[in-house]
Design a protein around this ligand. Sequence first.
Ligand code: R5P
Length: 318
Amino acid sequence: MADATLKIFSGSANRPLAERICAHLKMRLGDARVERFADGEVRIKVDEDVRGTDAFVVQPTSPPVNDHLMELLLMIDALRRASADRITAVIPYFGYARQDRKDEGRVPISAKLVANMLVSAGAQRVLAIDLHAAQLQGFFDIPVDHLYGSPVFSRYLRNLRIPDLTVVAPDVGSSKLARGYSKRLGAGLAIVDKRRLDDKETEILTVIGDVKGRNVLLIDDMISTGGSITKAAHAVRDMGARDVYIAATHPVMCGPAMSRLDEAQVQRVIVTDTIAIADGHRRKYLEVLSVARMLGEAILRIHHAESVSRLFDEDAEY
Ligand code: R5P
């Protein structure tokens, strides 16, 4: 049960998700305004008393990333200055996560800077789903609760009852994720050997494992420009795969993503609502599963100082 000291607020990035979380917890979304000053600066006003409360701000740092990040920082600052007892940044999709190391000279480690900014603003905890790399948790010197999308996808995928299924990782980085799904679904496993040419283009070198005559589930943490996943879809089909399904937690869907997915002609693309789907991106083949229940349960457990990892006990499904 939620109590009066628990408050949930939302930036503008994904208010419907925040509302779904509140509906699950049978509480109302906190009153706060997110507006713009005439010059485009973000203007935040929390419209209710938060003194002594356990406040959660729901805001994926999805595109437009800088705007959504700034809203999140300012909302945390507003809550801190209004004497909230504890502030948790609920970041279902954590943007800037891919720049997590100095892989060439004279580049920033953006993920670390963003972590520092959140803590400086006043965040005392972070709650995130399928971080691009689990080690990002170490960029924060505050507790980070890292949830997985898999319990949300599992039931849906199981109900599809896809025969002769092989789970395929679209790159080596996703192989651990894919292995987890192949175990959960009792399916085979294969890996696409991908090389990234730049932030928009990738090249497929080969597919490691057998996909001939198999139905394939391609699994990734996000679809950004859609290049990785659609090239992998074409590659497995060229190697004799039958039906191709795609599942990815975060539908970033930028640039050519939708046209690439339209052309890929896969059976289904399954994503979650960590990022709001733009109206123009709705498709028959696109299935959006909600993480609201899982986030709601995690928020309640954090509020009551209970274990969050228990949410992921074997066979948990949301
Ligand atoms: C790569 O490391 C990630 O797991 C995704 O495969 C990648 O970021 C998706 O980007 P895009 O859709 O632009 O290929």
